[in-house]
Design a protein around this ligand. Structure first.
Ligand code: AHR
Length: 677
């Protein structure tokens, strides 16, 4: 009897340290599987005007007159002739501006940019053009104009440029904007009797990412850098495949001087006729060299994905694809790319181009994806010779295959089986699914099968690793960015983290969207010509990426259905867990325990973190993502910081062989804790 009393007292004392709420046990002593440094990354695709009109700083649309309708994006006036024997053989078009025939008439042209040209007061813009004046010195006037102003003059910047040579030469001037205007235009007048030929008419902000001449839009690239991504997948997506094979993404067309990179029809030009953009082309100014360089700048592993010889399978019949005996050029594209990225300029033709472009050192590419969202026999049989060729020449490169567009079902299973059989290193899975999938509700489990945060718990540990290469929660009937779906992404990601032994990387998709030019939403970062906002999903990704730790720690909660209290289970919104999701990692580099808890319940929840094996009473620093009152809320261009993570702290208590942290999680919130061991 006495003994019983003592043990009851001890139990009571121990429970004093914890609230009655949800007790999560974290075993801090047993360091689990490593979390891959590539775990949380970025998926880049030129959709929603992500490249031209987005990340690529070029402000002039159709700068080389290569669009099929040569003057798309331009208004020409007076005596303007289009020619096609210019100095760049893969972009042969140019214009000749000649005397309009009367002294009161004008010759010139005007570019509308991408939904306008965004310029800021006092900032500098580099105008450049290839030009010649075959009949003697000529001159143009270069203006930034406001087409819609009621003022006396439309131009708010003007500079003259003499064209002095009869041969093609590059000319450059820097314009300083006297105002901020998100929808300015570029106007060029011929201001001389002598004709002038103009090619590759370009305008860039001087202030680009890392100050690179004619580089990337600074704010957008910095937003990527600030995410601290572990991996950067490029160039897509469906764009890798093309609507037709000839419009697939061809990396070899994207390197070398920008003036000679041939135009490509963007696959997203007309995919959805309800969001139709007839002027969506790829200048390839943002090409593979630039992508590799960006990866280096932001510290992400480059992950290029190339065509397997299949055009988009949704949109084509079998005869549209490269046949089995036509695959060699596609295989060569993969092998040559590895050389381009990693080869020695002294011995490799492709590496030499890399060096000539300014990067003699290798980019250290480790991964290659072959095929995007491809399925069934046409894919499996084509992939084989790629795998054989890459393995033979570059055995250390990790090959990523795909399980197709579905996240479950017959084709998905078949895809995984085939990837296992071909010994792919990773399998690229895509899931754009509704709330129920991310929460793994009973209905969703019935409909989809394996979904939600427990998805990877049952994966075969002996096969390829997982690359969750495209995913986002698409609200049912609300397929746009809003807080609630981002929160469910956070909940789902606890499952990725818990299963870091099988999931090597995960990238939300798509990345970018221009508010005037999008085809697909939700997206991670939105912008107009001057501003951007980071969505709540961005902050979820960033919170994970910046707190990914180095190793998984086991985190469990007692199964409330087990009367003896012996059974523990992961915290994944299971019965009796009241909508809580959680995962935990250790960071060897800082000695910190990091715990992420997501409360998907509409009520606040008391939680206790029982950090077994720790001593002391440290203070945990916290970062919380909480809504602003409405589940439909989202940041906007006008209120870009409405919903951002908020820092705080919680005092822990010392307990027997443990540190205990009691907290109350606000309804529908995501909080992470960092506790120094
Ligand atoms: O992310 C948008 C598209 O979704 C990608 O291009 C494609 O891979 C997927 O279907």
């Amino acid at each position: 009897m006495k003994l019983k009393l003592i043990s009851c007292t001890m139990l009571f004392a121990a429970s004093l340290a914890v609230h009655a709420g949800h007790v999560m046990d974290v075993n801090t002593k047993k360091i689990g599987a490593p979390v891959s440094p590539t775990m949380y990354g970025i998926f880049f695709e030129d959709i929603n005007f992500a490249a031209d009109g987005g990340l690529y700083g070029e402000l002039v649309k159709n700068r080389s007159f290569e669009f099929p309708q040569s003057f798309m994006g331009w208004h020409v006036f007076g005596n303007v002739a289009l020619k096609d024997d210019g100095p760049f053989e893969r972009c042969p078009h140019y214009v000749v501006l000649s005397d309009p025939g009367h002294r009161e008439r004008r010759t010139g042209l005007q570019n509308e940019g991408f939904f306008g040209i965004g310029v800021e007061k006092d900032k500098q813009y580099r105008f450049s053009v290839w030009a010649k004046a075959p009949k003697g010195k000529s001159q143009i006037r270069v203006q930034l104009i406001d087409q819609n102003t009621m003022e006396e003059r439309q131009q708010f910047v003007e500079q003259k440029l003499d064209i002095t040579s009869a041969d093609w030469q590059k000319y450059e001037i820097v314009l300083k904007s006297t105002r901020t205007n998100a929808k300015a235009q570029l106007r060029i007048f011929l201001s001389n009797d002598n004709p002038v030929a103009l090619e590759h008419i370009s305008l860039f902000p001087v202030d680009t990412y890392k100050g690179r001449v004619n580089g990337m839009r600074r704010d957008l690239a910095e937003a990527l850098q600030d995410m601290h991504p572990g991996v950067f997948r490029f160039p897509g997506g469906c764009i890798v495949e093309g609507t037709t094979l000839d419009t697939r993404y061809q990396w070899k067309n994207t390197i070398g001087p920008v003036e000679n990179r041939p135009l490509n029809r963007n696959r997203w030009e007309d995919t959805f006729d309800y969001r139709y953009f007839a002027d969506y082309y790829q200048s390839y100014g943002l090409g593979f060299f630039e992508f590799f360089q960006l990866c280096e700048d932001i510290g992400a592993e480059p992950l290029p994905v190339l065509s397997v010889g299949l055009a988009c399978q949704f949109q084509n019949k079998l005869d549209a694809h490269a046949q089995m005996d036509e695959l060699q050029p596609f295989i060569d594209d993969c092998l040559d790319l590895i050389e381009f990225a990693n080869g020695d300029p002294a011995t490799s033709k492709w590496a030499k181009i890399r060096a000539e472009m300014g990067h003699p050192a290798p980019f250290n590419m480790k991964y290659i994806g072959v095929g995007n969202e491809q399925w069934d026999t046409p894919y499996f049989e084509r992939l084989k010779p790629f795998v054989t060729a890459i393995r033979a020449k570059y055995p250390n490169i990790k090959i990523i295959g795909t399980s197709g567009p579905d996240s479950e079902g017959k084709m998905f299973e078949k895809g995984w089986e085939a990837m296992k059989a071909q010994k792919a290193d990773l399998v690229d899975e895509h899931f754009y699914r509704p709330e129920a999938w991310f929460l793994a509700t009973p209905e969703a489990k019935k409909k989809y099968g394996n979904c939600g945060a427990m998805r990877y718990d049952s994966y075969d540990r002996k096969g390829p690793k997982v690359f969750a290469g495209e995913y986002a929660c698409h609200g049912k009937g609300k397929k746009w960015n809003h807080y609630e779906t981002s929160l469910y992404e956070a909940a789902f990601m606890t499952g990725i983290e818990r299963n870091a032994d099988i999931v090597e990387m995960a990238t939300y998709a798509p990345l970018f969207a221009h508010v005037d030019g999008w085809q697909w939403r939700p997206d991670m970062i939105w912008y107009d010509n001057l501003r951007l906002f980071k969505s709540v999903s961005y902050y979820v990704q960033q919170m994970y990426a910046m707190n990914k730790g180095t190793n998984v720690l086991k985190l469990t909660m007692k199964d409330p259905a087990d009367a003896k209290g012996k059974k523990s289970q992961p915290v994944a919104g299971l019965d009796g867990q009241d909508g809580l999701f959680a995962s935990s990692v250790f960071d060897k580099t800082t000695g910190e325990i990091i715990v992420k808890v997501v409360n998907t319940n509409k009520q606040a929840q008391d939680i206790t973190l029982n950090l077994q094996g720790m001593t002391g009473a440290p203070v945990a620093t916290t970062l919380t993502l909480n809504h602003n009152g409405s589940m439909d809320d989202e940041n906007t261009l006008d209120t870009p910081t409405k919903i951002t993570p908020v820092a705080g702290s919680v005092k822990c208590e010392a307990a027997k062989k443990a540190v205990v942290l009691n907290d109350q999680l606000p309804a529908m919130s995501f909080r992470l804790y960092r506790i120094k061991k």
